[in-house]
Design a protein. Structure first.
Length: 483
């Protein structure tokens, strides 16, 4: 595999905004449509200038020699990919080569203790994205991976990344950046199961709580520094600034829900993390993962990837969740939505459900209205105290709370396998969030359904979503047979 230098990166301003380095935790919710002008795209693309000095390698130089394929992997079963994804890697001549597929975890050449963790996690055979992406990540290749919700993306980058972690070394070797505390916590839980037989130490470092515990864990004199650090952007920047984490030890850097991390809310934080004064080694592998990836952000993301990169991007026309039946129900006015929602809650058999609204105010009002009518519901949003959010998510995961009302905080990556129904009390402002919302149901091939409660004023918005995903949403049948 060829070695490539990082593309030219622009200097980032030295003044750090309070939102990046300040004491307050960054907000976790996104509320607007992604926007990338030419200047912004150029600025982010500019964060990787090739260093002309071999003795002083900064973030600018990410060139590296590609790792050699393991002999046991070389003889494993392979196929070319299907037509629904754009799966490509480049050979030395720059030509695209078909992605190799590994149908069994046993064929991937994984370390024995990691393989035990994979099977103990309940995986019988690799999902589609795992057949394609685990081995290239294991080989140390940069990656841009798009895969639908509920397909095992988290286990994909953790399994591939753990191949680079040496539990005997007392230092941080892998970092996963997540846009929300809830997703970070979930990733940490998956990592604990996968790495349980390897002796991998895992630590969660997110905003909204004191940094002191993180500093104690990461201290130079600590006898048990975590090997994997799962972070939110603001806290990771803070730890880097305090020199509690050194980029020189990090072998794998993962950005989960990368399109959100590179979007307007977080991109400034990511710019500072990936630029001076933090000196990143040329050997750091970068893996970007998301269920959605608009072209403008995908192009920006690719500028960070030059370590023999590979991409798996889905055709926009195929980015739907076919296992989830999608319905709508019409109401004449906004004030009829609550009655309709309560009627649905009375007649539908719901294992667990998430109801989405667009703002903290809407979430709290809807929850209070339903509670007054005798419904047992919980609610959560990004402006809630971190400890309270964790408590409420815990009650939902254990099933103590069966119905949770939320902003788009829960739209990305949250995996509660018992969720069978998603209700959009308000349609999302951002098209991409629609697929993330309904993807909370029907996880890993299970049956699921979504229902949009739509006024005449919102019919055009629903049509826009249908056009965006090339998917017609059906009217809710009279017999309420939604599964």
């Amino acid at each position: 595999m060829s070695s490539r230098a990082r593309t030219s990166r622009a200097k980032v301003p030295s003044a750090v905004p309070a939102a990046v380095g300040g004491a307050g935790a960054p907000s976790d919710e996104r509320s607007g449509t992604p926007t990338y002008g030419a200047a912004e795209a150029s600025a982010l693309a500019g964060v990787a200038a090739s260093s002309s000095s071999a003795s002083s390698v900064a973030i600018a130089d990410f060139s590296t020699e590609a790792s050699t394929e393991d002999a046991s992997v070389a003889s494993s079963e392979r196929e070319t990919t299907d037509a629904s994804t754009t799966d490509a890697s480049a050979d030395a001549s720059g030509a695209e080569a078909p992605m190799e597929i590994y149908k069994s975890f046993d064929d991937m050449g994984l370390p024995e203790q990691l393989l035990r963790g994979v099977y103990s996690s309940g995986f019988d055979r690799p999902s589609e994205i795992q057949t394609k992406a685990v081995v290239p990540i294991k080989k140390g290749r940069d990656a841009l991976i798009q895969s639908q919700s509920g397909t095992g993306k988290t286990a994909t980058f953790l399994t591939g990344g753990f191949c680079h972690v040496d539990p005997k070394r007392n230092e941080v070797q892998m970092v996963v950046i997540s846009p929300t505390r809830e997703l970070a916590e979930q990733t940490g839980n998956v990592a604990k199961t996968l790495g349980q037989f390897m002796g991998v130490r895992i630590h969660l470092a997110t905003g909204g709580v004191s940094v002191d515990a993180d500093l104690d864990k990461l201290g130079r004199g600590s006898p048990a520094v975590p090997h994997l650090l799962v972070v939110t952007p603001g806290r990771f920047y803070d730890l880097l600034k305090r020199n509690a984490v050194r980029p020189s030890t990090i072998k794998v850097l993962v950005m989960d829900e990368a399109d959100q991390l590179l979007d307007a809310k977080f991109k400034e934080q990511i710019l500072y993390i990936m630029s001076e004064p933090f000196i990143w080694p040329s050997t750091t592998q970068i893996v970007l993962v998301s269920a959605t990836m608009i072209p403008a952000i995908a192009e920006v993301a690719k500028t960070l990837l030059v370590r023999d990169p590979f991409t798996i991007l889905r055709d926009p026309d195929t980015v739907t969740l076919e296992g989830i039946r999608q319905f709508f129900i019409k109401v004449d006015h906004d004030d009829q939505k609550l009655d309709t929602l309560c009627d649905l809650s009375d007649v539908l058999t719901i294992q667990q459900a998430v109801i989405f609204a667009n703002s903290r105010k809407s979430v709290e009002k809807l929850a209070n209205d339903m509670i007054r009518r005798g419904f047992d519901v919980g609610f959560i949003h990004g402006e809630m105290d971190a400890k309270e959010r964790k408590h409420r998510m815990g009650e939902f995961r254990t099933g103590k709370t069966r119905v949770l009302i939320s902003t788009d905080l829960l739209a990305r990556g949250i995996d509660v396998q018992q969720i069978s129904l998603v209700i959009n009390f308000e349609l999302p402002v951002v098209n991409e969030n629609y697929i993330h919302r309904i993807g909370r149901s029907g996880r890993y091939g299970r049956k699921g359904a979504s229902i949009n409660i739509v006024t005449p004023r919102e019919e055009r918005r629903q049509e826009e979503i249908e056009t965006f995903y090339s998917k017609k949403v059906e009217e809710l049948p009279m017999d309420l047979n939604i599964y």
